[in-house]
Design a protein around this ligand. Structure first.
Ligand SMILES: [Mg+2]
Length: 470
């Protein structure tokens, strides 16, 4: 059973702001005519607004569209609650993204005789908790076909695909309606004479291997013939990436770009520490307003986990490039997007330490820092000095790929609670739970003067308190 929440971010906003219900709404990461709408409400979709459209283009077709900024912690909270609902019916729930999950009911054959009934119960449970949220549910013998079924009926859908009706569904679809078939794959298929999903299903695996160049062709044959390919893809350990879109105002300020790079590396560091992983490959790309892109990747002899080390390798590559090009620079005001990705993971318990570079202490300190964050339940209680550059650039990013960090642990709690905390807005006071008595405000000449006093105070008081406790 595949569950896909409808217009997720927009519906979440309408859930907590009833005045936005029934109105065309776009969710934005930042407010600028160039910003992309990352999610549109169903009312906005009726006007033709699609996710990923630029705000100014949306305004052309739907001038009355309202906009709201993203609230990642809220979306994650709802995600966690929805996962808990699914766990009531199935012990094998695999979150696929913040608004999608698969329930594997294969071991429930003798428990439930009608999964549509379960699907209706799930829908009822979700709307009992969040009355504005709807989902599309697909039921099929495999993950791929169940997801395909969710796409067949977009709002509040419930579609069952069986061996008897699959061809009927495929007959109404285009190749690019299949998840994973975009224009490049479509071209490959057309080259071997396949024009429709139906033809694709009934062609030989050998021909599909030819189209996709190897084993990927076999996967496609299996997907369309009830084989299971997609349930437990271990994507989480293949690549992790962090990406941010920049407004033109942000990219005009080189310091903001620099801070953003640190923020992306820190996010990946956090996920590696959580997963007990080190990586052997670092990738970086910068995308520009004219659609061009600069990218680089570094293979490492010694696996790393540290954000600043990761950044140092990226900066080294950037410096190499800039030296060879004279005046060209990577961080210009034309940057729209920065991405850092890592792969080639090694578990920390099998890490081989280099004889010449003592990183054991640093790794231990990092672990302790995250442990403190965890124990005190505050993600900003301790920070590395490098994170203090500009805390407001470190705005939370919605980790589409990091839903596994939010999976429930055995006790039913969320593994990484920090993901459920809202970021403080600029100038806004942060609520710190363990504050006792505020020490006198720091002197003006203090080196971290670009942090607001509130934060510095609580940072120091928290530190004192911990000293005291120990
Ligand atoms: Mg969805």
């Amino acid at each position: 059973m595949y569950i896909d929440m409808n217009c997720y971010f927009a519906s979440c906003e309408q859930q907590r702001h009833p005045e936005l219900r029934g109105k065309p709404l776009g969710v934005l990461t930042y407010d600028s005519p160039n910003a992309a709408v990352i999610a549109a409400s169903k009312e906005a979709k009726e006007f033709g607004v699609k996710s990923g459209m630029r705000l100014m283009d949306c305004r052309q077709i739907c001038p009355q569209m309202l906009t709201v900024p993203t609230s990642p912690a809220w979306y994650r909270q709802i995600h966690v609650d929805i996962m808990a609902i699914l766990h009531k019916y199935c012990d094998d729930v695999i979150p696929k993204s913040i608004d999608e999950a698969v329930c594997n009911f294969h071991s429930y054959k003798f428990v439930y005789n009608d999964l549509s009934e379960i699907a209706r119960k799930i829908k009822a449970d979700i709307s009992a908790k969040y009355d504005w949220l709807t989902c599309s549910i697909g039921i099929a013998p495999s993950t791929f076909l169940a997801k395909l079924a969710t796409g067949r009926q977009k709002v509040d859908g419930l579609v069952v695909i069986t061996e008897d009706n699959l061809d009927e569904h495929l007959a109404k679809m285009k190749l690019t309606d299949l998840t994973g078939i975009a224009t490049a794959n479509e071209r490959r298929l057309r080259m071997i004479g396949i024009q429709t999903p139906l033809e694709m299903r009934h062609t030989s695996p050998a021909l599909l291997r030819k189209a996709f160049g190897g084993v990927v062709g076999d996967y496609w044959h299996r997907r369309l013939n009830f084989g299971e390919v997609d349930m437990y893809n271990k994507v989480e350990n293949r690549t992790m990436s962090a990406t941010r879109t920049m407004s033109s105002q942000q990219s005009r300020d080189r310091q903001q770009l620099e801070s953003m790079l640190i923020s992306l590396c820190t996010r990946l560091e956090q996920r590696m520490v959580k997963g007990g992983l080190f990586c052997k490959e670092v990738y970086f790309s910068a995308r520009y307003r004219d659609g061009t892109q600069w990218e680089t990747s570094v293979k490492l002899a010694d696996p790393l986990q540290d954000a600043m080390e990761m950044r140092a390798y990226i900066k080294e590559r950037i410096a190499d490039f800039e030296r060879s090009r004279g005046l060209e620079t990577i961080f210009t005001e034309k940057v729209t997007n920065l991405t850092v990705a890592i792969q080639g993971f090694v578990k920390d318990n099998v890490m081989q330490y280099s004889l010449f570079d003592n990183r054991i202490k640093r790794d231990a300190v990092r672990k302790v820092m995250y442990k403190i964050k965890e124990d005190y339940d505050q993600k900003n209680l301790v920070r590395k000095g490098c994170e203090l550059l500009n805390p407001f650039v470190m705005k939370d990013a919605i980790g589409f790929g990091s839903v596994r960090d939010m999976m429930l642990n055995k006790e039913g709690g969320v593994k990484n609670k920090h993901l459920l905390e809202e970021d403080a807005k600029e100038g806004e006071k942060r609520e710190i739970k363990i504050k006792k008595k505020a020490p006198p405000p720091p002197k003006e000449e203090e080196w971290f003067c670009d942090i607001n006093n509130e934060e510095t105070e609580t940072f120091t008081s928290a530190l004192k308190k911990m000293k005291h406790a120990s």
